[in-house]
Ligand binder design. Sequence first.
Ligand code: ISL
Ligand code: CA
Length: 623
Amino acid sequence: MLTKKSRIKDVYANPIGRDIIDRVLLQMNISKKAVNNPIIGSLRLKVLPKLLKSQLDEGFVDTLLTLLNTEHETAKGNDEMILKAWWKEAVFYQIYTRSFKDSNGDGIGDLQGIISKLDYIKELGIDAIWLSPIYDSPNDDNGYDIRDYHKIMAEFGTMEDFNQLLTEVHNRDMKLIMDLVVNHTSDEHKWYQKAIQEPNSKYGDYYIFKDQPNNWTSFFSGSAWNYVEERGQYALHLFSKKQIDLNWENETLRQEIHDMIKWWLEKGIDGFRLDVINYISKRSGLPEANESIGKLMEYKGVEHYFYGPRLHEYLHDMKEKVFIPYNAFSVGETPGIGMEMSKLLTADYRKELDMVFSFDHLEMPGRTRFDDYHYDLNYLKSFMINWMENYGEHCQPSLFFENHDNPRMISKINSERQYRNVLGKLLAVIQLTLRGTPFIYQGQELGMINQNFQSIEELRDVESLNLYDELCNTMKKEEAFSKILAGSRDHARTPMQWNNQQYAGFSTGKPWIMMDEDYKICNVETQFQDENSILRFFQNLITLRKEHRVIYYGEVLFINQKEKDLFAYYRKDGTETLYIEINLSSSNKKRTKYPEGIRLLSNYAEDSSSFLRPYEASIWKYN
Ligand code: ISL
Ligand code: CA
């Protein structure tokens, strides 16, 4: 058992301890080397607050100990063969239906729109589609607030449309996974309506109510509690006021969720992406949040639910009872979860989840999404090296740079237009040649970039709008708007750019969210005709991936790790060797040695001998 007298190095040797300390260091922008320093390592835990410049108080140490002492498992070693699975070989494509393709001119993407573009997705080389939520919803958070799990959102179509979509996806030999949002439902869900109107019915305990609120805050600004007049109590909502957290402690509720999942699996879908699934177990008694952690993490209360006491139990139970019998795939969205915790959530022999999305590579150390800064690819390199070398053969990494919750990656790194094409391709090389399952977000294959929003009226996302209101209390409107612009999720939610015609071929009517003029130069039609486009590069790279299975299960061997701006690695198995060589900077970089073999694919047409050009990324095959 670890106590306040334990030494920092012993805490760091504990997998959970390592994750938490790494997370804190990341947030504070302190190098991990600090912990490995023997003097610091031998200090006792109780001095940690002082060491961390008093940014964290004693409550942090208590929280850390609680988390450490409730997890008794560590992940097994790495000596075994990787088990094969379809989802370890697949390239996934995420569709945000509202912004993908509109079939009836109302300006809102829909299921028939997706159906009309399945050939495109197939041609790109995609094996599996992840659909963001398409269930009936009042759309406070674009479908992540579900009103009825068994109905399709009217704006998107009908259940017949869905059945047709599933058949057509399967006819093309692709798989379909849905989004499972079960941490919360809409306040318009009938369970919630019953819970507040008939508190003594079985529904009365389906959500988390408290007589007095605690100090937790919502991810979408303000308190995490709504006053519910009907019950004279407060209801917990970690997200918007209309997204109420379900009470997973209630067994009947868990059963109800299992039944709902089975109902979808019976239809023949291939699995689920599980929304904020690591938040489902909250520490009992819902203790007050530690203020210093709240300040550091920007949200209060996270320490009590991001890795809750019954998380493993709930996931294991769901896997055994629901996912395994249907042979269904699962990828959990797990914000705040580090590599060691991810291992415990996904190791194949533990039977909890197949994979997770971890997010620590999307922002630089010391930065958060709403900071305006330039992302340094050297950080991505160090992150990837750590995961590739230490995640182990029992776990499968997910590889992604974009989704519907984040600005476009190219814009974060370098928004100079001259680099857009090479940079989009560079990211593709990293994503498609490391070991792991790539998830491409719609538009990423075109190199879509952040939109040129002009005013707050053009934004739609509840997170952006709430944050704007909050910021306006303390700063000027223009300042608040520019802060929102840096991190708004709406950058990724503007319509997919199909051609250079009006509304980019997305719709014949005015889209639900604005789009700037970028579609005139960046769109599917134009890029298909251009051999040098990012789209064609993605297509070629996906083909290459399928031809070189070493990418699926082969070893990853990094070389010259310490050399800044160079990211170089081999992929090796008994039959072949690939060499990947990337210049992470916008300057020319001298080569230490010229690669052997033949160049299979590159973001520059001709090879240059003595140096790598800006963001040059190439794949070589050795003999
Ligand atoms: O606020 C965050 C923590 O800093 C986010 O990372 C948050 O945890 C994440 O955005 C969760 O995302 C998912 O659940 C939300 C929904 O709005 C997102 O679109 C979805 O991807 C609530 O369902
Ligand atoms: Ca429509």
